[in-house]
Design a protein around this ligand. Sequence first.
Ligand code: PMP
Length: 332
Amino acid sequence: MSNPPYLWHNGCIKPWAEATCHVSTHALHYGSSVFEGERVYATPTGPAYFRLADHTARLFESAAVYDIEIGYSESEIDAACHELIRANRMRSAYVRPIVFRGAGELGVLAKEGAPVEVAIMALDWGAYLGEAIENGADVCVSSWHRPAPNTIPSWAKAGGNYLSSQLIAAEARRGGYDEGIALGSNGLLSEGAGENLFLVKKGKLLTPPTSAGILAGITRDSVLILAAELGLPVEERDLPREALYSADEIFMTGTAAEITPVRSVDRKQVGNGTPGPITRQLQQAFFGLFDGRTEDRHGWLEYVAPVVPDLERAPADSGAHGRAHKQMEASA
Ligand code: PMP
């Protein structure tokens, strides 16, 4: 996978290779980063972010948990996300804004000594779990549990949380599965390594509540809204592990995973082993947002404005930005 030419770093569009940081970076030692994962879809009327404002709001909420001062407003981050897609001339992308304590004095609480850095990367990512989006994923229940709610807060999308996800995903891959599902500290269902979890039983959607040690996913929220609009009953409630083995359908949601059906859990087949009708219906409603088949009733799509001549001009106060745009013009 090749990297796109530019990213956004501390206020400027820069060539990808120039956005580096020092080995004393606080986040590298202590996990002090918060980030987002967003998608830009190629719609018939141009590239559009999906629920960008909600992702940016969650980024700020995550930062607030750890007293990380972002140094830009939410609208400035949104504008930077748009600018990056234009700079890279991308039609679709997976976008990764990250805020982290940078290089400075070491020490767990180096609030003064570690300046906050902000970067945004746009990557050319397809379906996260590959062909599972069509055929269904084979998943297992992990022997690793999610951290207890009074240990590491799951609503904050922090870099450190993903040590738990790495253990869960790596164990699953070693066992020949596509993904792992974790139980919470109370032994009840929580979420996948990088996805929220939905079950379908007798026509009703069931999903663990946001208090189940999960990231309160934006795709999860979108599915809850789409399901209500389709007249599908939904219950957010605690679920035991065995609910997986008697579910009619299971699927996982996430920005990267989108809506991925699950065809087996712990080598036990789910339903008839193919994506079920409710999963399909929700996939159609969700993906329909991006090809115009589903009306965007909630203003979830934010179109990236096309490049206008003004944007090609280098701003007076930003050398790197200017350089990047000049290079872009040269290579265009
Ligand atoms: N849980 C975890 C642990 C995740 O990493 C993700 C992906 N961000 C999700 C759930 C789904 O969240 P979202 O739909 O907001 O991407």
